[in-house]
Design a protein around this ligand. Structure first.
Ligand code: FES
Length: 120
């Protein structure tokens, strides 16, 4: 397991993210209301830079070209910027097929004020 110090926690304030390259992998580090998450920056659908997508709650079922948002899991879901697939920030599971559609999630800790991501 590799340990990577990303930055001081105050340099990644709540509501922001940082995309970093760790061991040749692009990884997004998110601060959601003081809790940090890290996800691989590659959508499993067609490889979009997933971590550039919006963080929100999930969308509700709706007709084509209609977007209904839910406050359920507000700020806990990232939506792919290419085709809109949604994934949980905490474990990377897709909302539609959580058992098969998944993004790699990494362990993140705040250690002595540093944001630290662990990769294998
Ligand atoms: S590439 Fe992410 S949903 Fe298609």
């Amino acid at each position: 397991m590799s340990r990577h110090v990303i930055d001081r926690a105050e340099e990644i304030p709540p509501g922001t993210r940082r995309v970093v390259d760790l061991d040749g992998r692009s990884i997004g580090v998110f601060n959601v209301e003081g809790t940090f998450y890290a996800l691989r920056n590659r959508c499993p659908h067609h490889g979009a830079p997933l971590c550039e997508g919006p963080v929100s709650g999930t969308m509700l079922p709706s007709d084509p070209d209609e977007y209904r948002f839910s406050t359920a899991r507000e700020h806990q879901i990232i939506r792919c910027p290419w085709h809109g697939y949604e994934f949980r920030l905490d474990d990377g599971r897709g909302l539609v097929k959580p058992e098969t559609s998944r993004v790699k999630a990494y362990r993140v800790e705040v250690e002595a004020g540093d944001v630290v991501v662990y990769t294998r």
